[in-house]
Design a protein. Structure first.
Length: 234
């Protein structure tokens, strides 16, 4: 799952408009931000194995600290507590953040093969293997993304041209990356994947920038709140 994670973050803006889209992107992709660094440190392991599934050549061998059910429960609570303490936000915001972090495991277990760990130790792994059914997985992920994007677009408004162009440019960029991952050649090495995965930070930064140029539409009214007053952008 790639674009589906961003769909959850985009859609969550409706329920927690005070959270910057950059934070929502970081939240939804926390597991994939932690994972490549643990790979580079030799703590977690995967291999490039063309044909592993119909949609990805990556074979995930060992990644309990970034992707197990237990780890993501821990990361979700930890990130929710940190954000709440730093921003002095309420329970609703904490719940939204925790749910988004944990949604990563739910979406991955739907698409991955039986490689998603439950605990930090042990051999119990699950996966519904949707990636082996590309004619279902592709429309599923793209539909999820369109719903998330629609929710974001209809619960925010552009404060200037940057807010409009930036939002649409971000959407196109994510779809292009998604399609390139599916139809492009297999990566040359494990390290190439791990280093290229650091580009998620570019998307996080883009989220901050876009949200700075968009205002959140208050629920049930036409009142708007400008993004800079809610969360500092970059």
């Amino acid at each position: 799952m790639f674009i589906g994670h961003f769909a959850i973050a985009l859609g969550a803006k409706k329920y927690a408009p005070q959270i910057s889209l950059g934070i929502l992107f970081l939240t939804c992709q926390l597991a994939d931000i932690i994972w490549p660094n643990l790979v580079l440190l030799g703590i977690e392991i995967f291999e490039v194995e063309p044909g592993n599934t119909a949609m990805t050549p990556l074979s995930f061998i060992y990644y309990p600290y970034s992707h197990s059910l237990v780890a993501l429960l821990i990361w979700s609570v930890l990130l929710a507590v940190i954000y709440t303490l730093l921003r002095h936000s309420g329970l609703r915001v904490a719940i939204v953040i925790a749910v988004i972090v944990f949604s990563h495991w739910v979406l991955d277990v739907i698409t991955h093969g039986p490689d998603m760990p439950i605990a930090l130790t042990g051999s119990n792994r699950y996966g519904f293997e949707l990636w082996n059914h590309p004619y279902i997985a592709g429309p599923f992920e793209l539909s999820l993304f369109m719903i998330g994007f629609w929710l974001y677009a209809h619960n925010t408004h552009a404060l200037n041209k940057k807010g409009s162009v930036g939002m649409w440019g971000l959407a196109v960029f994510l779809v292009v990356i998604y399609l390139a991952n599916i139809f492009g050649p297999s990566p040359p090495s494990v390290s190439a994947v791990a280093w290229s995965a650091q580009a998620i930070w570019l998307i996080v930064a883009w989220g901050f920038w876009v949200d700075r140029h968009r205002g959140s539409i208050a629920s049930g009214s036409t009142k708007t709140m400008t993004a800079p007053a809610l969360d500092p952008g970059i």
